[in-house]
Ligand binder design. Structure first.
Ligand SMILES: C[S@@+](CC[C@H](N)C(=O)[O-])C[C@H]1O[C@@H](n2cnc3c(N)ncnc32)[C@H](O)[C@@H]1O
Length: 479
């Protein structure tokens, strides 16, 4: 609807609404009483800073009531004698410099039709002052507050709420896990591991949270559904007196095509007294070790053929290797052929292992699966998964020039080809605090010429001169 513009001071009006239409305003002719000519009023619209310079707004056209009260000495209408001289929209939201010293007024964008209807529907209390109720939906909020639209505020009697700086009981009972408490949790778990201490170096702190929540140390295999050893009746022990003769003990197997017994251990002249080490020849062979057991007449721990089942004799430390994640080392000097520890975990069927492996592979997670396929190849094998439960050796990384080797060891189940232990032995002298490593895929190391590097394989970062470049020939072990 057209507006008649009253006479009065002549401001420059900057219209932020971009909605005023020149033809909505009638410019008055000469003032009949004074005979004065109407003075020019500059009416400027400003555009948003956009390449096209106009962004359509859901807004209605400007009318007299939409001019801020600051634009005029009269608060309820446009200034007198307003003459519209619409300037072309510019790409800047600031007034041009030439206008800076003039009496500049601003037309502030009005609410949308929807907002205006909502505001009109609310009958504001007449005593509200400050920003014009026409422009600012904040009035709506004030009204809602006055009408107790916020139930929490209404139901709280603040005068009876005492101010206390004590932490609430909830805070006391469930503190956020700190680095200290995470470490304490892990150390509690480690304290339950049999044998000399296992520690975690200070540089691991960044990696500890996940480990503390998702991993537990165990002292023996965790046998899962579908995994069964042979019946105990099939197992047997030797009839040797206390010291098993190395040429007769029935626990020892014969060399292929001969009656000579395969003797795995020798007393070591080095290392702590009583240290038994793998015979040098055994380190290079591919044989299973059969230790004497509770079934044998030699009776237990006094027999020299009890090394793995006597347990770990060296201290271990889990530390941060950087790009390869955790690693394992010992503060003790480890002599060639010395037993270090077993690889433990859940023992699962091959089918379960396949599912777990493909899930881990899809997530790009690390692999802790180890197949017990030393003696059986074509049957369904059992697999050790050290992901959630395991021993410290679960943190041993691969190296193409390793200082440790895994050897399968049967302690009590001599008749069982599918369930036995995996024991780590030192391949050479290992000075204190040297990272302990083994070859994840020893047959790969023997292949000549070396296999091509699979672009999807986990890259080997062992840094050795003879590095093969990948952990496993395919993307993941066994694929
Ligand atoms: C049995 S875990 C070894 C411990 C592991 N670093 C950790 O933080 O728990 C095997 C995983 O460690 C990593 N890893 C081991 N040796 C590696 C090597 N030489 N280069 C790169 N990554 C290695 C791989 O991610 C592999 O899947």
């Amino acid at each position: 609807m057209a507006q008649t513009l009253p006479a009065g001071p002549v401001p420059t009006v900057i219209d932020l609404t971009q909605e005023a239409q020149m033809d909505e305003y009638q410019v008055p002719a000469k003032d009949e009483k004074t005979g004065d000519e109407p003075r020019q009023v500059t009416f400027i619209t400003l555009a948003h800073r956009s390449p096209e310079s106009t962004i359509p707004q859901k807004r209605k056209s400007v009318d007299a009531s939409e001019v801020s009260s600051t634009t005029s000495t009269k608060s309820n209408g446009l200034p007198k004698d307003l003459h519209l001289s619409r300037l072309k929209a510019t790409s800047t939201p600031s007034p041009t410099p030439s206008l800076a010293s003039q009496n500049v007024s601003v037309v502030i964008p009005s609410p949308s039709i929807h907002q205006r209807r909502r505001m009109e529907a609310i009958k504001p209390p007449s005593n509200i002052t400050g920003f014009s109720k026409t422009w600012y939906p904040i009035e709506d909020e004030k009204i809602k507050a006055a009408a107790f639209a916020y139930p929490r505020a209404r139901s709280t009697n603040r005068s009876v709420v005492s101010l206390s700086l004590r932490p609430s009981d909830k805070t006391l009972s469930s503190p956020l896990p700190t680095q200290t408490s995470i470490r304490a949790t892990l150390e509690q778990k480690l304290a339950r591991v049999k044998g000399p201490p296992i520690t975690i170096s200070a540089d691991c702190d960044r990696l500890l949270a996940k480990l503390a929540a998702n991993f537990d140390f165990i002292n023996d295999y965790k046998i899962q559904d579908g995994v069964e050893g042979v019946e105990d009746g099939f197992n047997a022990g030797c009839n040797c007196p206390i010291d098993c003769p190395t040429n007769k003990c029935e626990c020892l197997t014969n060399e292929p095509d001969s009656n000579r017994k395969i003797v795995p251990y020798d007393p070591s002249p080095r290392g702590p007294p009583g240290t038994l080490i793998l015979r040098p020849g055994f380190l290079n062979r591919k044989s299973m070790i059969y230790e004497c057991s509770y079934r044998c007449k030699c009776k237990g721990l006094k027999c020299w053929n009890h090394v793995v089942q006597r347990g770990r004799q060296v201290r271990l430390e889990i530390f941060n290797t950087g790009k390869r994640g955790f690693g394992l080392r010992s503060e003790d000097h480890i002599v060639t052929g010395q037993f270090i520890d077993r690889y433990l975990g859940e023992v699962i069927t091959e089918n379960v292992a396949d599912v777990r492996e493909s899930l881990a592979s899809a997530e790009g997670a690390q692999s802790y699966l180890f197949g017990l396929d030393f003696l059986v190849k074509d049957e369904d094998i059992f697999v050790i998964d050290g992901h959630k439960f395991g021993s410290a050796t679960r943190f041993m990384n691969h190296s193409c020039n390793p200082n440790c080797k895994i050897i399968p060891v049967s302690t009590t189940n001599h008749a069982d080809d599918r369930l036995y232990y995996l024991a780590f032995f030192a391949l050479r002298e290992i000075p204190p605090n040297t990272e302990l490593t083994f070859d994840y895929n020893p047959t790969e190391g023997e292949s000549s010429p070396p296999k091509k590097i699979d672009p999807n394989a986990v890259k080997c970062l062992c840094g050795e001169k003879n590095c093969r470049g990948q952990l496993w020939p395919n993307a993941r072990k066994g694929q």
